[in-house]
Design a protein around this ligand. Structure first.
Ligand SMILES: [Zn+2]
Length: 318
């Protein structure tokens, strides 16, 4: 699954080579925002024209987005050749079950998440997010955005109807009761509980990693739920967990109502996203994909634009 937080690390420290995912996607200043965009060719004019024609006859488009649209904001994806997290590191995201079972895993996760949060939460929407927002709010042809990203960039771009398929990094929930806390507020709480843990520039590696000693992680204090004492977790669908049923149904309803599905910046590797395009194909909806490189849904699409979303979406908004 794309764009969910944190990479699990073995027991060795310091964590010099492991990637934090999501807020773990915290990058040093040496990187430009395009450092995580895979190599690509310019969009072909004829492809953009075809896409433009599709949009001109569509009234209710569902847009499905993935990590590929946030790379231009400086957040890496997982799978892109050479520049994605998987290409840069052997580490993989923490599994949901491990997070549940192990206090040590949770402590390590939250310590790294705490350090990475200021940078992760500061990323800004790019031309693609803003273009989609315009297509919804001004042109009225996009009815819903379904995103696999947990970076809140669609919401920061003021997009009205967004379904965050895999949740959001900007909220923390209790696994035992209905308690939730906004992530910025949780950062203040973590800061109070960990006055000795100073976030300093030296902890941020240019490759996106956060460097901490084992002692720093072991000393990190993670609060329990103030309401029931339960485990607190980002409101994100971790690897090994399922998208909540109601959210799946909400997406299915949007796809039923739409006349076209526009897929942007995702390889559709993860099934929770792939099944959306399967449903659209089954219902004979028009399907268009803009992505650098192949996707799992290419055969189902009537239009495939092999290009960077930021080169294409602004052209559709003229
Ligand atoms: Zn609770």
């Amino acid at each position: 699954m794309l764009a969910r937080p944190f990479i699990e690390k073995g027991s060795s420290f310091p964590m010099t080579s492991s990637f934090l995912h999501c807020m773990d996607k915290v990058f040093g200043r040496q990187h430009s925002s395009s450092s995580f965009v895979p190599r690509h060719m310019p969009a072909k004019e004829e492809d953009v024209d075809k896409l433009s024609q599709l949009l001109s006859v569509s009234k209710n488009i569902v847009v499905l987005t993935g990590a590929g649209i946030s790379t231009e904001s400086g957040i890496p994806d997982y799978r892109s050749e050479g520049v994605g997290l998987y290409a840069r590191s052997n580490n993989r995201p923490v599994q949901y079950q491990n997070f549940l079972k192990s206090e040590g895993v949770r402590k390590r996760y939250w310590a790294r998440n705490y350090v990475g949060w200021p940078r992760f939460s500061s990323f800004q929407p790019n031309a693609t997010h803003l273009g989609i927002s315009k297509l919804m709010n001004e042109d009225g042809i996009v009815q819903c955005v379904v995103t696999q990203n947990v970076d809140s960039l669609h919401l920061k771009a003021n997009t009205k109807n967004v379904i965050e398929l895999h949740g959001t990094a900007f909220r923390v929930i209790c696994l035992g009761c209905s308690f939730t806390i906004e992530r910025h507020a949780f950062q203040h709480l973590l800061a109070k509980l960990n006055p000795d843990m100073k976030i300093v520039e030296q902890m941020m590696r240019p490759d996106g990693d956060v460097e901490m000693t084992q002692a720093q992680v072991e000393c990190f204090n993670v609060p329990s739920c103030p309401s029931c004492g339960g485990i607190l977790k980002p409101d994100i669908v971790f690897f090994g967990d399922n998208v909540p049923r109601k959210r799946v149904e909400a997406v299915q309803n949007e796809v039923k109502l739409c006349d076209a599905l526009l897929v942007l910046g995702t390889s559709l590797t993860v099934f929770s996203a792939y099944r959306i395009i399967l449903q659209a194909a089954e219902l004979h909806k028009a399907i268009a994909i803009v992505n650098i490189g192949e996707t799992r849904g290419d055969k189902l699409a009537s239009i495939k634009v092999n290009a960077k979303c930021g080169d294409v979406i602004p052209q559709l908004c003229r």
